[in-house]
Design a protein around this ligand. Structure first.
Ligand SMILES: Nc1nc2c(ncn2[C@@H]2O[C@H](COP(=O)(O)OP(=O)(O)OP(=O)(O)O)[C@@H](O)[C@H]2O)c(=O)[nH]1
Ligand SMILES: C[S@@+](CC[C@H](N)C(=O)[O-])C[C@H]1O[C@@H](n2cnc3c(N)ncnc32)[C@H](O)[C@@H]1O
Ligand code: SF4
Ligand code: SF4
Length: 527
């Protein structure tokens, strides 16, 4: 029990720091620096600590990581936990890659509950976010878990703007014929993951989107300590939930403690204080002494986490790396920008104040002479062209680019041997994302509803080149050539990024509009 009267009966144990995936929001591509094996908890130490916690009132243990199912003795650990009297639930959170293979043995050993992480239902996007192959294995794991009677199987989906928020309704459909609980998780800040609140899609926003499609969505009752708010589309077999760690934290009913793979007790996910139970255990501390140490740490637990902006700046264990912008535009002003992330502690580029940023102030950008610019109003402020008076028409645009790779990189792309992954698949997704993001990237570009975007990449053996072609189509008042060009540029830059470890002698050329139809100025086609 902590000083706020919260009873801690749920322990999360990390079985390993290693993982067979490299999710962009969690781990850097090269992995994290691993603790030497001798400093990690052995299976025996895990069981000794678990026994102690269960004796003191823990009723549920979740095995997590890293990826818990890559630990060779995981089945044995589950089997030993099963023998602990008083432990009601043994659960695992897994990325699902090894699940189908291990599940029959895990079930037999006593595993009661499974949470599987899956952020997209599109195989190519999966490879992009986790930087590895394996989508079909995860799906196989999900189906296997339902077949073996785990009801519901919880599917964890971290929702990130610009990546998968457009799949929320597809994930809801996923619950139609399967006994799943798809849990939409608000993206959380961890040391180094370049968290940005614009990337986080809030629970309210997701719920609005879902309610537009399913107005009859029903709220379900849930336990007071649950992290999830659950709903159900009537007649669907499964349900959906939201884990609102950021927009509506659930610290008031927190019942969790965690032990890291190297044996540290962490009383709060977002707290940075840790106490090494491993060291005490190895130096021969008695059960009573360990209970006292744990009790003191729990007694120091804070009431709640520090709020989404503050925790993003706190030192904590890494989850890591997804690059994002430095300045957040303040909608109330043309020149003011509020710094939310990477400039903290530095003098931001272009900021008039030339002072070190503490992260909370607005920065005033150095204004530029605007007399000769075409997209400006009478006062010299930037403005978009008003296209409101133009008639609607069907508009299409096709653009292209060529990336000259040189012989070695070309061969590796052709044989899909580039270490970063499948270059053509990732670049194709980048191109499509690029088209959708055009209005955010090109300052005075309109945001246009795109009805179709296609990006294709082919190999030109003679030139050792990747040839990119993008096409976009809309129905509206302004054209889509910038969308097609942005798609081709992003696809080309992604090819460069994925191959730069092989060579820097890469040339992007021939970025151009190939054809365009619709609009007042008539059609265009490059011959
Ligand atoms: N704030 C906070 N969020 C947590 C904590 N543990 C898990 N979460 C959130 O819950 C998400 C899913 O974690 P899981 O490993 O599936 O565990 P869980 O949600 O506790 O699972 P259940 O026991 O089934 O409720 C994580 O990505 C976090 O967003 C915690 O201790 N504090
Ligand atoms: C850290 S993983 C460990 C277990 C396992 N490897 C897996 O991916 O399920 C536990 C859960 O945390 C989620 N997670 C990781 N980083 C996150 C972040 N920055 N914000 C929200 N959830 C995150 C993952 O998607 C996963 O569902
Ligand atoms: S979220 Fe899980 S699967 Fe993804 S890198 Fe982190 S530990 Fe591995
Ligand atoms: S942030 Fe800390 S206090 Fe809040 S729910 Fe998570 S572990 Fe509990």
């Amino acid at each position: 029990m902590d000083s706020f009267g919260r009873h801690h009966n749920y322990l999360r144990i990390s079985l390993t720091e290693k993982c067979n995936l490299r999710c962009q929001y969690c781990m850097p591509e090269e992995g994290v620096q691993l603790t030497p094996k001798s400093e990690l908890l052995t299976a025996q130490e895990i069981i000794t600590l678990a026994r102690l916690f269960v004796k003191e009132g823990v009723e549920k243990i979740r095995l997590t990581g890293g990826e818990p199912l890559i630990r060779p003795d995981v089945v044995d650990i589950v089997g030993q936990l099963y023998k602990l009297e008083g432990l009601k639930t043994i659960a695992v959170t897994t990325n699902g890659i090894n699940l189908a293979r291990l599940l029959p043995r895990l079930k037999e050993a006593g595993l009661n509950a499974i949470n599987i992480s899956l952020d997209t239902l599109v195989p190519a996007k999966f490879e992009f976010i986790v930087r590895r192959k394996g989508f079909h294995k995860v799906m196989e794991g999900i189906h296997k878990a339902t077949e073996l009677g785990y009801h519901p199987v919880k599917v964890n989906c971290v929702v990130m703007r610009g990546f998968n928020e457009d799949e929320v309704l597809d994930f809801v459909d996923f619950t139609k014929d399967l006994p799943l609980d798809v849990r939409f998780i608000e993206y959380m800040p961890f040391d180094g993951n370049k968290w940005n609140f614009k990337k986080m899609v809030s629970y309210k926003e997701m719920l609005d989107t879902i309610k537009q499609r399913w107005p009859e969505l029903e709220r379900l009752p849930c336990e007071s300590s649950s992290t999830a708010k659950s709903y159900k589309v009537p007649h669907f077999q499964g349900q959906i939930s939201f884990i609102t760690s950021m927009s509506e934290h659930f610290c008031g009913s927190c019942n969790r403690l965690r032990i890291t793979a190297d044996g540290n007790l962490k009383v709060c996910l977002f707290g940075n204080s840790e106490v090494s139970l491993r060291d005490h255990l190895r130096s021969g501390a008695s059960e009573e002494e360990l209970i006292q140490i744990i009790g003191a740490a729990v007694g120091r637990k804070k009431k709640q986490h520090a709020g989404m902006f503050n925790i993003s700046r706190m030192k904590n264990r890494p989850m890591v790396l997804i690059g994002y912008c430095v300045f957040q535009k303040d909608p109330s002003s043309t020149f003011d920008t509020k710094c939310l992330d990477a400039s903290v502690g530095q003098v931001p580029v272009d900021c008039q104040s030339k002072e070190v940023c503490s992260g909370s102030e607005f920065h005033t950008k150095v204004p530029r002479a605007s007399d000769n610019l075409t997209h400006t109003d009478e006062e010299g402020r930037a403005t978009m062209v008003d296209v409101g008076g133009k008639p609607d028409s069907r508009r299409t645009a096709v653009a292209g680019a060529v990336v000259l790779l040189g012989e070695k990189a070309f061969r590796m792309v052709r044989q899909n041997q580039v270490k970063k992954g499948d270059v053509l698949a990732v670049a194709q997704i980048a191109g499509i994302q690029g088209a959708k993001l055009t209005s955010q990237l090109i300052p005075l570009c309109h945001n246009i509803p795109l009805y179709h975007v296609e990006v294709s990449l082919s190999l030109d053996e003679a030139r050792h080149a990747v040839v990119i072609r993008s096409s976009c189509h809309t129905w509206g008042r302004t054209g889509v050539e910038m969308e097609a060009l942005t798609a081709a540029s992003l696809a080309a830059l992604t090819v460069y990024d994925m191959c730069k470890a092989v060579t820097h002698d890469i040339v992007i050329q021939e970025l151009k509009l190939l054809s365009k139809t619709g609009g007042q100025r008539g059609d265009f086609s490059r011959v």
